[in-house]
Design a protein around this ligand. Structure first.
Ligand SMILES: [Zn+2]
Length: 61
């Protein structure tokens, strides 16, 4: 039982939420779990699916 491991995961999640709130614009998204990233990943760090695609911002005006 290691309480620090659980805390670390919560901090990681908080950090990614904070980055979104700070106005980061993720340009890649996993089509499996819909997690968003600001850099390309060969595999989704969240669910390990090889379905990370670039998001087209053209819809944004
Ligand atoms: Zn995913």
């Amino acid at each position: 039982m290691n309480p620090f491991r659980k805390l670390g995961r919560q901090v990681e999640r908080f950090k990614s939420n904070a980055e979104e709130a700070a106005g980061e614009r993720p340009r890649y998204q996993c089509t499996e779990c819909e997690a968003r990233f600001d850099e390309a990943h060969p595999r989704c760090p969240e669910c390990d699916a090889a379905n990370v695609v670039s998001i087209d911002d053209k819809a944004e005006s």
